[in-house]
Design a protein around this ligand. Structure first.
Ligand code: IVH
Length: 687
């Protein structure tokens, strides 16, 4: 009897497990990736079926089941999928993740080829400049995505990898091995990298030096939604496992492509060094048109039996080698050294060069970093210097030609003239200071040095700060030069007629700007604090401080010690805050801002009571029976959601009451945005 029962039960238990997985994935795709895979109806149908099955098998109760959570909550902390707490699961690699030996010249490639069997074919591939990743597929399902780690074990970053559209979660085929691994490179495309850095600049966050660092930082994030937003990509280049199809590396990659994996089209089978060199020459130029960064070519023996024979050294395979492109460098004349003063007062020496073509762009300015750099290379105007662009955004000087070379004949004129860094600010004449332990010279005249003043204002009006529309970098510069703006408080004294009287600005810009300035008076206290531009007080730190000190009057009197008790505030930040409030000029500005009506106090931001609505944008429409609209708004925020006034593609759902506006209803229908009744909403929050 028992046996009979368990035989009947088994398929339903199996169905229960598989429904949990399916719904959990559907939630992830819906809430994290914003790419729904099931219609609402299908989703509800499956959810009900799961509820029925769970009722049938109470012994299979699981608090992490999709039936026990809603939406995004599940996506982040739910059943099986997501990242919980800090760090990632550490997993031992099935096969160690090795690196490649590097080569830089035809001779080195010839030497490598000489050691191969004479019949060996060589597969040439691009060497993608990102982070290696190992994807495990079991029964066609992606089950792990491991970083290289120390080569022996890596972090399982599967939730972040699942945000990459080209990585299949599941291969629906019967002709695949039970287990296989695909290795490849995770990259942040140039376009995404530039957009991300622009955003970070606006938010005063440190910039990523190159796409590789940006990809690495992104892959280690604990929030897959943010990872999805940044837009990683992956190229796969190596299949491993038992009983795999194909006798050559090339065939395996072709197979992987057929199975739906993202394999580069730039792969070529070569038969001799000439063909390899032609491939290198072609891609050294052509790679500049690719959407992602590459730093060389990888050469691999095609035949897998030959690969096995060649085997491995302790660190690298003998059957593969990398050829690194030379970083693009040019020798050019250093005409003059000028100095740029940044928003924080740091003085950077800039090389003004005889214009030179580099990585597709004309370069005439490059950074010389700091005084120590210039002195260590003994660089002087008139020298021929090496300028390099590499993966970085700003070109840099990396060396100097020998002064005795013919090319730098002009330099000899400068022989004997030692370089010296200016002692006063090139912008305002204030004596520069050099903080012990730092390489940079800094102008301490925060309130009187033009680039610092303008920089402070640019930061103040920026999107994440006061978000003043119509007042950008150029307008600030113009109004500063016209004597209308000297500091952030002056913004609130601007008159429409003064603005409209400017040559490049008209009536319309003036009205826009004044409206933007007026609206900024409602910006909450935490953002006002961020907008003040206290050194090292970024957006997140400002939020934390504002939560603890909910008025400026209490913050003003806080001691460094008290400030250090706030999460994220270290002694340096605390000292910067204390100093800021000790400066009488700042106090005067604050006084004027207060009179202008800025928010200098706020509700100590309520901690969300849950994150059930995290990542969701909700529109409220209509009239309600159980709570007022404001109460619902507060509820949404308390559960980590965002309120929005208009329906768009980004709307997660509409909390729809009686008499919902017809326009909103139509838009929701057009965009396929869900409507939720008051009761459903309260049910969702469990209240
Ligand atoms: S094959 C055992 N192919 O370069 C050989 N690696 O410097 C496995 N890389 O760790 C690597 N593009 O992260 C291979 N087409 C390509 C590659 C590639 C980039 C990276 C990979 C590796 C590193 C070695």
């Amino acid at each position: 009897m028992m046996d009979l029962f368990s035989e009947i039960e088994e398929p339903e238990r199996e169905e229960l497990r598989s429904l949990r997985k399916e719904l959990e994935e559907a939630n992830y795709k819906y809430y994290v990736l914003n790419q729904p895979t099931l219609s609402d109806q299908e989703f509800d149908f499956k959810m009900h079926r799961l509820q029925d099955l769970e009722a049938m098998f109470p012994d299979m109760f699981d608090p992490k089941s999709p039936t026990q959570h809603v939406g995004s909550d599940l996506a982040v902390k739910g059943y099986g999928l997501p990242v919980t707490g800090k760090g990632f699961e550490q997993v031992k690699h099935k096969y160690p993740m090795l690196s490649l030996a590097n080569s830089y010249s035809r001779e080195e490639i010839e030497e490598w080829v000489r050691k191969l069997p004479s019949t060996a074919e060589i597969v040439c591939e691009l060497k993608y400049d990102g982070l290696s990743i190992s994807l495990w597929y079991e029964h066609g399902v992606l089950v792990k995505a491991l970083t290289r780690g120390d080569g022996q074990q890596g972090d399982n970053v599967i939730d972040n990898i699942k945000t990459i559209p080209s990585v299949p979660w599941k291969i629906d085929r019967t002709d695949i091995p039970e287990f296989f691994e695909l290795r490849g490179e995770v990259l942040l495309p140039w376009e995404r990298f530039e957009a991300l850095n622009k955003e970070r600049e606006e938010q005063e966050e440190p910039l990523f030096a190159n796409p590789r660092n940006a990809a690495s930082g992104t892959l280690k994030l604990q929030d897959p939604r943010e990872v999805a937003r940044r837009g990683l990509d992956a190229y796969l280049y190596y299949m491993l496992g038992e009983n795999l199809p194909g006798k050559t590396h090339f065939e395996r990659l072709e197979t992987a492509k057929e199975w739906g994996f993202h394999i580069s089209d730039a792969i070529k089978v070569c038969h001799n060094v000439d063909e390899v060199m032609a491939y290198i020459a072609y891609w050294d130029t052509e790679r500049k048109n690719l959407p992602v960064a590459t730093d060389g070519i990888v050469l691999k023996v095609n035949n897998l039996a030959q690969q096995d024979e060649l085997g491995y050294t302790a660190k690298t395979p003998r059957w593969a080698i990398a050829y690194k492109f030379p970083a693009e460098k040019q020798l050019t004349l250093l005409k003059e050294i000028t100095y740029q003063v940044g928003r924080t007062g740091v003085v950077t020496p800039v090389a003004n060069l005889e214009p030179v073509q580099l990585s597709g762009t004309m370069v005439q300015r490059a950074t010389l970093h700091n005084e120590d750099f210039i002195k260590s290379l003994d660089i002087r105007p008139g020298d021929k210097v090496w300028v390099e662009k590499g993966g970085e955004i700003i070109p840099k000087i990396v060396g100097r030609a020998d002064r005795n070379d013919e090319m730098s004949a002009t330099a000899s004129l400068n022989d004997g003239m030692m370089y010296s860094f200016p002692t006063t600010c090139p912008e305002c004449g204030t004596p520069l200071v050099r903080v012990e332990g730092e390489a940079a010279w800094r102008c301490p005249n925060e309130a009187g040095c033009p680039p610092q003043i303008k920089g402070k204002m640019e930061h103040f009006v920026s999107r994440k700060a006061m978000n003043i529309d119509g007042l950008g970098e150029e307008t600030i510069d113009l109004l500063y030069r016209q004597g209308l703006l000297h500091n952030i408080a002056d913004i609130y004294d601007l008159k429409a007629e003064d603005i409209a009287a400017q040559e490049r600005l008209g009536e319309k810009s003036a009205q826009n700007m004044i409206a933007g300035i007026e609206a900024s008076k409602q910006v909450p206290w935490a953002r006002v604090l961020f907008a003040l531009g206290i050194r090292m007080v970024g957006e997140t730190t400002a939020k934390k401080i504002a939560k603890k000190y909910n008025t400026i009057d209490t913050l003003m009197w806080a001691t460094a010690e008290q400030l250090c008790a706030i999460e994220d505030v270290g002694p340096q930040i605390a000292e910067n805050i204390v100093k800021y409030f000790e400066d009488i000029r700042n106090l005067e500005i604050l006084d004027r801002l207060r009179k202008a009506g800025l928010q200098f106090e706020g509700e100590a931001e309520a901690e969300p009571t849950s994150d059930k609505l995290a990542g969701q944008t909700i529109v409220i429409s209509g009239t309600f029976a159980h709570h007022s609209r404001d109460e619902y708004k507060a509820m949404i925020e308390a559960h980590g959601g965002k309120n929005s006034g208009s329906v768009s593609k980004k709307t997660s759902f509409i909390l729809a009451g009686e008499n919902m506006g017809p326009e909103k209803r139509k838009k929701a229908e057009d965009l396929g945005v869900k409507l939720m009744t008051e009761e459903e909403f309260l049910g969702l929050l469990g209240s």
